[in-house]
Each structure stands twice: as structure tokens, then as C-alpha cells.
Design a protein around this ligand. Structure first.
Ligand SMILES: C[S@@+](CC[C@H](N)C(=O)[O-])C[C@H]1O[C@@H](n2cnc3c(N)ncnc32)[C@H](O)[C@@H]1O
Length: 215
């Protein structure tokens, strides 16, 4: 949960009061930890079509490769929040276990885990105050088209009053080439948008989020 709080610079008041949607939350534990505090967060991700066991095996299957990648690209990360590639791997598995303990009951009894993804979300207009999207748009600039980015951001502003997207870097730490064109399109359509610094930086230079609001 501390990662989401810092990536999106969430204040105590926002955590206490806002109706929050996580888009592309995957095996993150923000929803589970907020639930334990008596708060309701809704998460959506295409992987929620899978069972807990299937998600565990998918995440475990990538563990060694991610730790090895972080070892090989050690200097491209800050190692402030995470001490080492091995520690990063352990944290990722602990987070997943926390998520998995909440996942099936949270999906079945509370509708807090919804199998859905951008560019089309199954929620009514303005159902949320805040939509949070981390490590999906902009990070996967080479895999996801500009038109998906634009449509995805606009869809999130349909269901939430405010949208925050983190980080603005691609894999490999170069600034995403989609940020400029997405902001130009938002400007043309009359949305408010600003880049805001956040107190989280794992990819070196990755300490900014894009904040978008419908006017
Ligand atoms: C790198 S993970 C990030 C998980 C989490 N947000 C975090 O920061 O720890 C990216 C997630 O995006 C999900 N995803 C992929 N395509 C998506 C789409 N079109 N809409 C929503 N989520 C998507 C993946 O299933 C995956 O769980």
C-alpha cells in the first residue's frame, strides 16, 4: 500500500474520503490493505478472469526473470524503497500473497476485483472520485499504441473525476514518447492536465505522475 500512497502522492484525506478505482492493479495489495482498514477500493484488470492459483503461478513464473533483469540493470533503479534486486523480488511476492488472501472473496462477495481493461470500463459515468493507473500506460509505450493511451485516459476520466497515471517513463527509463501527444489531445478536448512530482522513485527519474481532470 505504501507504494501506491507514494506513487500517487495520496493524502490521508484522499485515502479516507475518495471513492478510488485502480486500473491495471494486477496482483498489487492496495485494495486488500485498504479493505483491511475498512475502506472500499475497486480494482480492474484483465487478469481477474483467472483464479488465485492461476495468478500465483503466472506471477511466480516471472519472479526469477525480473530479479535477474534488476541485477543486470542495477544502475537504472534507485534502491531506496527496495534494498536490492532480491529484496524487490521478495516484496513483490509478499504483496502478491496479501492480494491473493483478499482476491477471491473480494471479487465474489464485494465486487472489488473486476475483470476488465482499457479502453472500455464497465462502470457508470462518475462512479469514482479518483482513478489510479500505475505501471501500465506510458511504461508500456512500445507495446500499447498512442490511440489506446488517449482512449484509455479519456475512459478513466469518464468513470472518475480525477485520473492519476504513474510513471511517465518507459521500460528502460526513457521518457515516454506518448506523454506529449496524449497531453496535446487532452488540451484539444478541453481537459485539465498537469505533471506533478511524487515522493516515489524506483526507476531513476521516474518520480512524476500525470493528473487529468474533466472540466
Ligand atoms: C506491471 S502490472 C502493474 C500492476 C500494479 N498497477 C502495480 O503498479 O504494481 C500491469 C498490469 O496491467 C494489466 N493490464 C494489461 N493490459 C491492460 C488493459 N488494457 N487495461 C487494464 N489493465 C491492463 C496487466 O494485467 C497487469 O496486471
Amino acid at each position: 500500500m505504501w507504494e501506491y500512497v507514494h506513487m500517487f502522492d495520496l493524502s490521508d484525506a484522499e485515502l479516507a474520503e475518495k471513492r478510488i478505482l485502480g486500473v491495471g492493479d494486477g496482483p498489487a495489495s492496495f485494495n486488500a490493505e485498504m479493505h483491511a482498514l475498512g475502506r472500499r477500493v475497486v480494482s480492474c484488470d484483465p487478469i481477474y478472469v483467472f483464479t488465485a492459483a492461476q495468478i500465483r503461478s503466472r506471477v511466480e513464473a516471472t519472479h526469477d526473470r525480473l530479479v535477474e533483469f534488476a541485477r543486470q540493470h542495477h544502475d537504472t533503479f534507485t534502491w531506496r524503497h527496495m534494498r536490492s534486486p532480491e529484496h524487490m523480488g521478495e516484496v513483490r511476492l509478499e504483496v502478491m500473497e496479501r492480494f491473493l488472501r483478499d482476491y477471491e472473496a473480494g471479487a465474489r462477495d464485494d465486487g472489488r476485483y473486476v475483470a476488465a481493461g482499457l479502453p472500455s470500463l464497465p462502470f457508470a459515468d462518475s462512479s469514482f472520485d479518483l482513478a489510479l493507473c500505475s505501471h501500465l500506460l506510458f511504461l508500456y509505450t512500445e507495446q500499447l499504441s498512442l490511440s489506446l493511451h488517449v482512449a484509455g485516459v479519456i475512459e478513466m476520466t469518464r468513470v472518475a473525476r480525477e485520473v492519476r497515471v504513474f510513471p511517465l517513463l518507459m521500460l528502460g527509463n526513457a521518457p515516454s514518447t506518448h506523454v506529449g501527444p496524449v497531453r496535446e489531445e487532452l488540451e484539444r478536448l478541453g481537459y485539465q492536465h498537469e505533471v506533478r512530482r511524487v515522493p516515489y522513485e524506483f526507476q531513476k527519474g521516474g518520480n512524476e505522475m500525470l493528473v487529468i481532470r474533466r472540466v
